[in-house]
Design a protein. Structure first.
Lengths: 262, 212
């Protein structure tokens, strides 16, 4: 299923006028980015679509700097900490539900029990998910989406893909997104404006959580695109292998071959 | 001077020497995971108890990293690894500049993450290494608020120097630092050579310093 078909299907499933328009705009941007294809200086085998990806990455960065980051900053400055924590907990609780399903699909008994246990405790004792009682009780969160499930079933990541507005992904994770969207309870709300508001609030709250991390990347990266890509791919691989990825061939210790030793 | 007097002096000298030698030997035998645990707890405790650092005083965090962590890092190896094959062609002067600028960049980045510590704790994972291994992987976890962040270190044995082990690579959440910077540096070197890389790093450090 091509990216175009996926986005079109998504649009048809969610007949919201403005969201529809925004997504179609993303599609147009993607097509334009494709036109700007030029050969890259240092091709990375994990990133065969690098010039396309760089184009979309630049677009995402612009939109982020112009719209999303300022809104997230205002949200962080205006909304009190306890309220932001509540929002985070609420959406985290919804995420725990889908994580439970995925952990079950991966046949991870303990993680499944943890995830569903979290949902039950936080929904009942935690006032509908606003309070994270489960963490205080020591029940760990095991976040999992369908891309991770596919990865653990043995599906390779595929090429690196930057999705308009969304950001870093891989071909496998992009395909899995169709299921992730269905697995998010918010997307099953029939009342469209309410659903959109919740989606937006989730987006802004998530962005606000990563404001500091974003600043660290800004300072640490010489090339934001390759830094983000390399960090993302390493992290994803690490998640699939549960913290124990097989060793990729390590470059020999440069000191061994050096002539003058200090 | 009687023979017994000399014997006492020699015994005293022997005792003093032993007292001096024993702590050094003890330090050399510190296991790599014990070293990491000691360092991590040390740094975390300092941050938790220092209001200025928690408020985000970057200079203090940098001073802390410089004082407590850097002596246990083989920074030359880290830089050489990140720079890659071009390291061998670089002059000693260039190598020195690269090391300096890379260190400033890393300390700022690491310091940025440390400034966000609130009430995390460190737990070490069991060390899987043979006694004669010259290079080991130490795995730890930073726990706080239900999240747990994976933090791994690669250490090399340096008998006789400092604590006996030095860090040469660092992994946060599955992302190895040296590997990530390797592709960053490779791109710069291919485009502008080693001097270009030094210039980019210097420029970046200046800009980051201005923001502080």
């Amino acid at each position: 299923m091509t990216l175009v078909q996926m986005i079109t299907t998504f649009c048809q499933a969610h007949p919201t006028a403005w969201l529809d328009r925004v997504l179609r705009m993303g599609l147009v941007v993607a097509v334009f980015a494709l036109q700007a294809c030029a050969t890259v200086a240092n091709p990375d085998p994990r990133d065969p679509m690098e010039s396309w990806n760089r184009g979309v990455f630049g677009f995402n960065d612009t939109v982020d700097a112009a719209v999303i980051k300022p809104v997230a900053k205002t949200y962080r400055d205006v909304v009190p900490n306890w309220m932001r924590t509540g929002v985070g907990n609420f959406f985290g609780n919804l995420d725990d539900l889908w994580s439970g399903v995925n952990n079950a699909l991966q046949l991870r008994g303990l993680d499944t029990a943890d995830s569903f246990g979290r949902v039950v405790i936080n929904t009942t004792l935690g006032l509908g998910g606003l309070l994270d009682i489960a963490s205080e009780m020591g029940i760990e969160r095991h976040s999992a989406n369908f891309g991770l499930t596919l990865g653990r079933w043995g599906v390779g990541a595929g090429p690196f893909v930057v999705i308009p507005f969304w950001g870093s992904s891989t071909l496998r994770d992009t395909g899995a997104m169709v299921f992730d969207i269905k697995g998010n309870p918010v997307n099953h709300i029939d009342d469209v404006p309410r659903r959109d508001v919740l989606t937006l609030v989730n987006l802004i709250d998530t962005r606000a959580t990563y404001l500091k991390a974003g600043e660290v990347v800004e300072e640490a990266a010489l090339d934001k695109y390759s830094f983000t890509r390399d960090a993302f791919l390493q992290r994803r691989r690490n998640q699939v292998y549960d913290g124990n990825p097989p060793e990729e061939e390590e470059l020999p210790n440069p000191d061994d071959a050096l002539a003058p030793k200090q | 001077m009687t023979r017994s007097f000399f014997r006492s002096v020699l015994t005293a000298a022997a005792l003093v020497l032993t007292a001096m030698v024993v702590p050094v030997v003890h330090a050399e035998e510190e296991a790599p995971d014990a070293l990491i645990k000691r360092l991590s707890v040390d740094v975390l405790e300092t941050i938790k108890n220092d209001k200025a650092i928690r408020a985000g005083d970057m200079a203090k965090v940098i001073a802390l990293v410089d004082l407590r962590i850097m002596p246990n890092v083989n920074f030359q190896r880290m830089t050489a690894s990140a720079v890659g094959p071009a390291w061998r062609q670089a002059t000693p002067e260039q190598q020195k500049r690269l090391q300096e600028e890379f260190k400033i960049l890393l300390v700022r980045t690491y310091a940025g993450a440390l400034a966000q510590v609130t009430d995390q704790t460190i737990s070490m994972k069991p060390l899987r290494a043979a006694a004669e291994d010259k290079e080991v992987l130490v795995r730890s976890e930073v726990k706080g608020n239900g999240d747990s962040i994976q933090l791994d270190y690669r250490l090399e044995k340096t008998p006789g120097q400092g604590a006996g082990w030095r860090i040469y690579n660092l992994n946060v959440l599955g992302v190895w630092l040296v590997e990530t910077y390797r592709s960053q540096f490779a791109a710069e070197i291919n485009a502008k050579g080693v001097d270009g890389l030094i210039a980019t790093l210097t420029e970046r450090n200046k800009n980051n310093g201005k923001k502080a």
